[in-house]
Design a protein around this ligand. Structure first.
Ligand code: PLZ
Length: 441
């Protein structure tokens, strides 16, 4: 793949540089303090796995805009599709004057999601909006109210999805009251709960039966690899047991693949690793190379349950976003990016796994594909070490590597590089991390 920006980190000013400082001063005056930023610098351009700030500093991008630019920032195929679609018209509106790209994209998505049953899709703008609509669709289909969600879950920041999200600060603190009929159940966190998938599933199912009653549950909604909660891969068998329970009780099983879908974990959808066929899948982030687009895809009879006009939105399935999504999917296919994600996993494991034995601060290396993380602890009691995460992320930034953090306890460094990251850049950035871990352990 050819890149416009050299795929190399390079820090040429103090951080933030003088131009970034100027912008930061204006931000202070005009932008609500409620909007946070990890990086103190302001980005001027991005390409492949490099972010360049306005002062000319280049950072290795281990966040991909929170898992969005999997196909590479400024992927030429995606940019060309965006330009072509914009030339044809900036906004067609599906509820009023329909257009073909909406149908093309829904067709493609139904072909890519797991399950050999007839499927349909609907398009939206954000991950949270997809989740909101999955809930509406499941409630309409089942005629039931209760929604089961999990510890460590993240599903969005709107009122309903805030209720579904697990962590109070910063996502919920002071923003209540929250939507009713959302029930939080224990998830599977093998590193901390030590349970097998079967044991964790028995615990969860028994809690659902006792606290809600299976016949009242409209949907069980879970990230197949929990993202913001700490890149938690559930113990083997946990998700299949939940799907079986859902199927036996007329409950809609929703796999929230907003972060884990679209080749991120080394398959089109993370559910494939678990051998499950969700009734509904939510997708966003990596779906459209950076354009705001999300989708709910699933069993045709469930997707058809809401009345015509019951689901929609002004910008849902905007033609430019659709064109970007179709080109993004094409790029994943042409470049076999699912395989790239698996290569990234192998490299991360090769470099970081030995540290679990070497350093008692490294608790676990986990994840799938290009959705990997390390959990940092204090000694052998597994006490979360959020301070060390902060120190390492801050120091890595000064060397030109941008890592994101996550985790219920704030003690996880996550790796979400674009799938087009070069081996050289990946090794270089991991080298920075290893050195910092050794230095501070
Ligand atoms: N479901 C699984 O990961 C968004 C949010 C970061 P939106 N995750 C990143 C932040 O601080 O807001 C996410 C997710 C899963 C839903 C969402 C929500 O997607 O596009 O941000 O609404």
């Amino acid at each position: 793949m050819e890149f416009r920006l050299e795929q190399k980190r390079s820090i040429v000013t103090e951080l933030p540089g003088p131009k970034s400082k100027e912008i930061a001063a204006r931000r202070e005056q005009y932008v609500s303090n409620s909007i946070g930023s990890s990086l103190p610098s302001y980005i001027e351009a991005a390409d492949g796995a490099i972010l360049r700030d306005i002062d000319g500093n280049q950072f290795v991008d281990f966040g991909s805009g929170i898992g969005v630019t999997s196909v590479g920032n400024s992927n030429p195929k995606v940019i060309a599709a965006i330009k072509e679609a914009a030339d044809a018209g900036s906004h067609f509106q599906i509820n009023t004057a329909p257009y073909e790209s909406y149908i093309d994209l829904c067709q493609k998505l139904t072909e890519l999601t797991p399950g050999s049953f007839p499927k349909k899709a609907a398009l939206f703008n954000s991950g949270a909006e997809a989740l909101e609509n999955a809930v509406k669709i499941a409630r309409k289909y089942t005629g039931r109210d209760a929604i089961v969600v999990f510890d460590h879950a993240f599903h969005g920041r709107t009122n309903l999805t805030m209720a579904m999200t697990s962590k109070a600060a910063p996502y919920k603190d002071g923003f209540g009251p929250f939507a009713p009929e959302v029930y939080r159940m224990p998830a599977s966190y093998p590193y901390r709960d030590g349970l097998t998938g079967e044991e964790a599933a028995v615990r969860t199912i028994s809690a659902i039966e006792k606290q809600i009653g299976a016949k009242n549950v409209a949907a069980i909604i879970i990230e197949p690899l929990q993202g913001e909660g700490g890149f938690l891969v559930p113990a083997e068998g946990f998700l299949p047991a939940l799907v079986k329970f859902a199927n036996e009780n007329g409950i809609v099983f929703v796999s929230d693949e907003v972060q884990a879908g679209m080749c991120r974990t080394g398959k089109w959808f993370c559910s494939e690793w678990e051998g499950i066929e969700p009734d509904l899948v939510t997708s966003a982030k990596g779906i459209a190379g950076g354009m705001p687009l999300s989708a709910v895809i699933g069993r045709a009879e469930i997707m058809d349950a809401p009345q015509p006009g019951g689901i929609g939105g002004t910008y849902s399935g905007n033609p430019i976003a659709n064109a970007a999504a179709l080109a993004t999917i094409q790029a994943y296919e042409d470049e076999n990016m699912a395989a790239s994600a698996q290569r990234i996993e192998a490299k991360i494991r090769e470099v970081l796994e030995p540290l679990v034995a070497e350093l008692d601060t490294v608790g676990e290396v986990r994840g799938r594909g290009a959705m990997m993380a390390i959990e940092l602890v204090k000694g052998d009691c597994k006490t979360p070490n959020a301070e060390l995460v902060k120190t390492i992320v801050d120091e890595a930034l000064k060397q030109g590597v941008m890592f994101l953090t996550c985790g219920t306890y704030g003690n996880v460094i996550r790796f979400l590089p674009p799938l087009v990251i070069t081996d050289e850049l990946l090794e270089d950035a991991l080298g920075v991390l290893v050195e910092l871990l050794r230095k501070h352990s």
